[in-house]
Unconditional design. Structure first.
Length: 331
């Protein structure tokens, strides 16, 4: 295996495959650890040349045999469904595997960049400051098992660093907000609203959005920090280029936008007049629904990241015209 290789866990998934594409475009040797299953997830990697493709159950053995040649691990692999109810499965994949990789990187002097999530912030009542102090993290209350698992790992990492335990030579956790873009097609109900509603808008049907059940937010006025996947990839590449940067950082645009604005951007990308209808929110998610997210980017900017984030209108237009409308929508 080539020296300087980067291992991307979850590299066949949405964000992971976009990172793989960017690394391959740089000429970086890449190994992917993921499961492909029976859908078209393999197509997320079909245009890329890989050093190796390994299953998660073979990761430990692979690291024993080949880990010396790694430069870094970019850990995107996770159970990412916010509606997954098997908490034992979530703990195995999102917590125990992450802890193994943290300890392995610390023991072998390898860099680790991993995916956290804005789901760690819960209902947002504690704000969206990526304050890494243990006492600040202790105040957060995620609303689902996925968010809890990401939060638990964040807390363990921060505690290890605070207490002076062994740590990787570079470590960074990224709290991804609402990411959209190419290669998310295998995610089913966890796809972005852009991907889910594109077939409706493209065939001149009304884009359906959830009604609000909060007095402070009108129908369609629920807000998210929607971030184009290319921006997330750029932050990961910047971290790889700046090995002195460590910490947990928000990864969003820093500006929340409404779902109605998103639907209008989708229709504009298609060159169509917007048609929007509001439907009832499923009862099973009403008490766990985030009505607003917005990344605070002060710490990321202070760490040295200067690039501006893609606007909602520009990102959605690019996604629609360069991918969703094309015969081959994969990157």
């Amino acid at each position: 295996m080539k020296a300087g290789t980067i291992l991307v866990t979850g590299g066949a998934g949405f964000i992971g495959s976009n990172i793989v594409a960017a690394l391959c475009d740089r000429g970086v040797p890449v190994v992917v650890c993921d499961r492909l299953r029976r859908q078209d997830k393999w197509r997320n990697l079909a245009k890329r040349e890989l050093i190796d493709l390994i299953a998660p159950e073979g990761l430990r053995e692979w690291l024993d045999d080949h880990g010396a040649d790694l430069e870094a691990i970019v850990h995107m692999g996770a159970i990412s469904s916010t509606t997954e109810v098997d908490a034992d499965l979530i703990a195995d994949v999102n917590v125990r595997l992450s802890l193994f990789l943290w300890r392995w990187c610390a023991a072998h002097g390898k860099r680790l960049i991993y995916a956290s999530s804005a789901a760690t912030y819960g209902d947002g009542s504690q704000g969206f400051d990526d304050d890494p102090r243990p006492e600040a993290l202790a105040r957060l209350r995620p609303l689902n098992a996925y968010g809890w698992s990401k939060h638990l790992f964040d807390r363990r990492v921060v505690r290890a660093v605070t207490d002076g335990e062994p740590a990787p030579p570079q470590w960074a956790g990224l709290k991804f907000f609402n990411v959209y873009g190419p290669n998310e097609y295998h995610k089913g109900s966890m796809r972005s609203v852009v991907a889910q509603k594109f077939p409706l808008a493209a065939t001149d049907r009304a884009v359906t959005l959830f009604k609000s059940h909060h007095p402070d937010y009108p129908d369609g006025g629920q807000r998210r920090d929607f971030v184009f996947v290319d921006d997330g990839v750029d932050v990961v590449l910047w971290l790889l280029d700046n090995p002195e940067v460590n910490g947990i950082y928000n990864l969003g645009t820093g500006k929340s936008r409404t779902f109605e604005e998103l639907a209008r951007a989708l229709c504009a990308g298609l060159g169509k007049d917007p048609r929007i209808e509001y439907i009832e929110m499923p009862e099973e998610i009403r008490d766990r629904y985030q009505y607003r997210t917005e990344a605070h980017l002060d710490r990321l900017r202070q760490a040295g990241y200067r690039r501006e984030f893609t606007s909602l209108e520009d990102g959605v237009r690019t996604y629609v015209r360069s991918y969703l409308m094309q015969p081959d929508p994969f990157r």
